[in-house]
Write a protein that binds this ligand. Structure first.
Ligand code: KG4
Ligand code: ZN
Length: 356
């Protein structure tokens, strides 16, 4: 079964073809440079850029892969959560294509796709525990099947990736800053600064990173003021070393907080067969190392997508689409697109129930 996946939920336009759980080809256009000028994603600009890129990218995907579009069996697109205008570009394109090719259409939960793309490299064994940690979300799931995600914990305010990006902005780093903070942290010593491990003194599996973000921002403000430390570190080795220590301490606080709640979830779900950590922040080297140690302690293999598949891409939509299509799920063309903050409806249908 050949599935086309289209991702346009934020600032990456990604398209991919996955055949029977194997990647055929993918294309990606990132808008990071444009949004970097504003220090974060500008929704109106994002949807315009998706609209500009999506047609040429689809042509490029077919040309580079040598696939005839009539051979596509399923057309899948991220339906949410995300920026509504951006999502609508991908969903409208996918619906039109499905209609034109007379093929089934499937709207994909972007968050679930982050987790399910892990199955492209590793065999998924159900049930497993899934931590999604990205720019917009931090969620813990018990995953029982491709279409059965039980939410165990959610993010109450800033997501882990958002905290990385906001602190990066405070340091004067380009957006998104997670990867750069990760690089500085590798050369730093986390023990020189103590940041809080936030929102642990409770009995739940939810996350809150806004307090940690404030603590780290106040530290930067006191030491250097806003927006200059990164530039100074480029010129001065002593300030570079100090920035490494700061990044290591901040990175460690985020990674340990994620690990502590994940450990709590493992203890409450002892029948899970693996620990999957996915989403943009799962590319973080310190988080991966700490999660591997945690999994080992509980006899669980840690499965993470390779770093290039942690951030948004079309492959995750095509792979999630394949896993769901294999079970017979699809949507009618009346399917709604779901912006961030709205509950995702559980409205997938078996193909025979689709009305024309
Ligand atoms: O999953 P993603 O592409 O977008 C959302 O769906 O939100 O995640 C992007 C986030 C950004 O906040 C970025 O700073 C963060 O992932 N990120 C990282 C790393 N690479 C990307 N955070 C920490 N360490 C990294 N190596
Ligand atoms: Zn994402």
């Amino acid at each position: 079964m050949l599935c086309l996946g289209i991702e346009t939920s934020c600032d990456e336009t990604g398209l991919a073809l996955v055949e029977d759980g194997r990647l055929v080809h993918s294309v990606l256009a990132s808008q990071a440079d444009i949004h970097s000028l504003f220090g974060g994603v500008v929704p109106e600009l994002a949807s315009r850029e998706h609209y500009r890129y999506i047609g040429p990218l689809f042509d490029e995907l077919l040309k580079q892969s040598g696939v005839d579009c009539q051979k596509i069996d399923y057309v899948c697109a991220a339906r949410g959560p995300g920026l509504l205008g951006s999502l609508l570009v991908g969903v409208a394109f996918a619906k039109a294509l499905a209609l034109g090719l007379n093929k089934p259409f499937l709207g994909i939960n972007h968050l679930h796709a982050h987790i399910l793309v892990t199955g492209l490299c590793d065999k998924l064994e159900w049930p497993f525990l899934g931590l999604l940690t990205s720019g917009g979300h931090t969620c813990l799931y018990r995953v029982e099947a491709p279409g059965k995600f039980v939410i165990l914990g959610n993010c109450l305010d800033d997501a882990a990736g958002e905290a990385f990006d906001k602190i990066g902005k405070f340091l004067g780093m380009p957006y998104p800053a997670g990867k750069l903070i990760d690089e500085f942290a590798r050369a730093g010593d986390a023990s020189n600064i103590e940041f809080p491990r936030p929102y642990l003194d409770n009995d739940n599996l939810d996350f809150s990173f806004s307090g940690l973000k404030t603590a780290a921002a106040q530290y930067v403000d006191k030491e250097y003021g806003e927006g200059i430390w990164f530039a100074r570190a480029q010129k001065n080795p002593a300030e570079r070393k100090k920035l490494g220590d700061f990044c290591a301490a901040f990175n460690e606080a985020v990674a340990e907080t994620l690990c502590i709640k994940t450990k709590r979830a493992i203890k409450r779900n002892r029948d899970v067969r693996a620990l999957v950590v996915a989403g943009g922040v799962a590319a973080n080297s310190m988080l991966r190392a700490k999660m591997a140690t945690l999994g080992e302690k509980y006899g669980l293999a840690l499965q993470c997508p390779k770093p290039a598949l942690c951030t948004d891409n079309g492959i995750m939509i095509a792979q999630a689409g394949y896993l769901l299509a294999r079970e017979g799920f699809c949507h009618g063309l009346e399917m709604e697109t779901i912006p961030r903050g709205r509950r995702m409806p559980d409205d997938m249908k078996a193909p025979q129930n689709i009305s024309a």
